[in-house]
Ligand binder design. Structure first.
Ligand code: ZN
Length: 174
């Protein structure tokens, strides 16, 4: 998606980052682990459960992330829209396929949190996280991404290292 929107590595990185930033609200798990280690008590997922899919998965976070990331972009408006796009793609994927594994593990999207309680979206047929639907989506997206990489001369590896990406492209084009 980033390669369709942006024409330079920096902007593509920012747009990609917006697609993973929503899960920053799962960082409460670090506090949970630290608390369990410090107290010697059994690990609870209190902070993780309280904030994950709440603080970072609504329109307020979308605006904050898109505006902040756009400040670092070459093409600010384009990147802001791209960030909103990948952010919402993340929400869509969570809504469709983040259950796991029991039906009691359905993840809702609290789209106005942390400002307002509603709306809360939930899809009862949510796919298992390791379900065949997610595997099919992954396989399709991965092969498509490789095709784009061969055609355009850069891949998603550039997010981590442009030098490594050049080696990857050389192998793919060989
Ligand atoms: Zn998420």
């Amino acid at each position: 998606m980033a390669s369709a929107v942006a024409d330079n590595p920096r902007d593509r990185r920012l747009i990609t980052l917006a697609g993973v930033l929503p899960d920053l609200d799962g960082a409460g798990v670090i506090v949970d682990v630290a608390k369990a280690l410090a107290s010697g008590q059994e690990l609870s997922f209190d902070y993780y459960a309280k904030f994950h899919h709440v603080w970072g998965h609504g329109w307020p976070a979308a605006i904050v992330f898109a505006a902040t990331l756009a400040c670092f972009a070459r093409q600010r408006w384009r990147v802001a829209w791209g960030c909103l796009l990948t952010f919402h793609l993340h929400l869509l994927c969570d809504l469709l396929g983040s259950r796991g594994p029991s039906p009691a593990d359905l993840w809702p999207i609290c789209y106005s949190e942390p400002l307002f309680r509603h709306p809360i979206w939930l899809w009862k047929s949510q796919w298992r996280l390791d379900g065949w639907q997610n595997q099919l989506v992954f396989g399709t997206v991965f092969i498509t991404a490789l095709g784009i990489a061969v055609r355009r001369g850069y891949s998603f590896v550039e997010i981590f290292s442009i030098r490594t990406d050049k080696s990857v492209i050389a192998v793919l084009r060989d």
